[in-house]
Design a protein around this ligand. Structure first.
Ligand code: ATP
Ligand code: MG
Length: 428
């Protein structure tokens, strides 16, 4: 076929999808343990939500969004991230109306027009948790602890929590000026992109990956001396909270994140086993996001973690994904008489209703039944424990030979006995 999946977009095939299901199961349980309720958000939103919320000088909005106009002339965007949509939904449905924290989570596909490579795709999946409506540092600590706990339960090793504060609109301009001065004195060493960023958003120079810019950024002043009293106290509280829980973290003055809405806390969790795409999770506080998209004051803090990258690391580290769903029984028709075919159909259905994964031959592409021999081959390939060979005896009774594919042992059974016998074999 000439038509292939679009560049940067991949199919998650059956041999991988069960691993994703495991990651999402563990995530869902952890989210529930931390008091987060799941919501499902739309995959596209009004473009304005992202251009105003994420910020129109960010890479995401400038270069990475999938924008389109629908038949009604509306400007829409495939979501590049979930936080803005979460805040939009919480405001639209009054989820924070009581004045208490609203803890939410969601997962699903995000879309960014990026250069595809290992761990970086144009459609990728994120797990996203947000605590909305509270401004205190406890929520920041909880959110960081939640992300770390998901990774702990998944068995990920070699992770590093990196923390910073990006200040607030009160103190950030002072820091911005300091940075502007510093970077302007080193213009000759900066890449083309950073020269443009210098005027628009000098904080973004801090996380440029170009070696020349990196060296200048390493020598740049840290934000800590510029933080206002409120931001400094908040940062202190977050650090004390994390230490109190026994979390190890590293301070990184260059951590600024690629979205404009962050205030105060910014953090990432990095993996030593991901190469260039080393961020598994990123998040922080965004006290002004709601207002920047025309909503009420609604402080929030949250994180997003990449499912594609989590699965990649888990595979590389040999982590357990639980049990791959097993096929238990293959029901084989010994001949193609109507009585036998009906018995195969009904036995297979009966086993499935008992919760026993069962398969049968559904014929080939031309609608022809396959021989008993090739059905046995399929049973073998499927790795089932039991093959149930269905036939008729001389008095036209249906008889079933149950073959244990592990031991080769074979016994006969009546159709109504098969499910019980299979279940009994689990307990051996
Ligand atoms: P990066 O620095 O790798 O570009 P980011 O800062 O853009 O990451 P965030 O916006 O913080 O990423 O998204 C949170 C997480 O989502 C990342 O830590 C990563 O695991 C995942 N992620 C982001 N972009 C992609 C992508 N294009 N493909 C796969 N996963 C991604
Ligand atoms: Mg990115």
């Amino acid at each position: 076929m000439d038509i292939k999946a679009p560049r940067g977009v991949r199919d998650i095939l059956p041999d991988e999808s069960w691993r994703w299901a495991y990651v999402l199961d563990v995530t869902a349980k952890t989210m529930a343990d931390f008091g987060h309720s799941e919501i499902h958000l739309p995959l596209f939103e009004q473009t304005e939500l992202f251009s105003r919320g994420v910020g129109d000088t960010t890479d995401i909005v400038e270069k990475e969004m999938y924008n389109f106009t629908d038949r009604g002339g509306r400007n829409l965007t495939l979501r590049p991230e979930a936080t803005a949509g979460m805040v939009r939904a919480a405001v639209e449905h009054g989820l924070c109306a009581q004045g208490a924290a609203s803890r939410l989570w969601c997962w699903g596909a995000m879309f960014r027009y990026e250069r595809p490579q290992k761990g970086r795709y144009r459609q990728f999946f994120q797990i996203d948790a947000e605590t909305l409506g509270v401004s205190g540092a406890v929520a920041d600590v909880e959110v960081i602890a939640l992300s770390a706990e998901i990774f702990r339960r998944l068995g990920l090793r070699n992770l590093e929590v990196v923390l910073n504060s990006v200040g607030c609109p009160k103190c950030r301009p002072i820091y911005r000026d300091k940075l502007l001065k510093h970077f302007s004195a080193h213009k000759g060493e900066l890449c083309k992109d950073c020269l443009v960023r210098l005027d628009r958003n000098p904080l973004r120079l801090l996380d440029c990956k170009e070696p020349g810019c990196g060296a200048v950024a390493n020598a740049a002043p840290a934000i800590y001396d510029c933080l206002c009293d409120e931001c400094a106290a908040h940062f202190e509280d977050v650090r004390n909270g994390l230490s109190g829980l026994g979390f190890r973290y590293t301070l990184d003055k260059r951590l600024v994140r690629g979205l404009d809405y962050y205030t105060k806390t910014a953090y990432e969790i990095l993996s030593g086993d991901l190469g260039a795409q080393n961020a598994v999770c990123g998040g922080g506080r965004y006290d002004n996001l709601s207002e920047s998209v025309g909503g009420p004051h609604l402080p929030g803090v949250g994180f997003a973690a990449g499912v594609d990258r989590i699965v990649l690391i888990m595979e590389e580290q040999g982590c357990s994904f639980g049990q791959c769903p097993q096929k238990e029984v293959y029901v084989v028709a010994q001949d193609d008489t109507p009585a036998v075919c009906n018995a195969v159909l009904s036995l297979t259905h009966r086993l499935r209703m008992e919760g026993i994964p069962a398969e049968q031959d559904a014929g080939d592409a031309l609608g022809k039944k396959r021989s008993a021999k090739s059905q046995m081959k399929s049973a073998d390939n499927a790795g089932v424990t039991w093959a149930c060979l269905v036939s008729q005896d001389e008095s036209h009774n249906i008889v079933i030979a149950m073959k244990n594919m592990n031991t080769g042992e074979q016994t006969t059974a009546r159709p109504e006995e098969v499910a019980r016998r299979v279940k009994e074999s689990y307990n051996i």
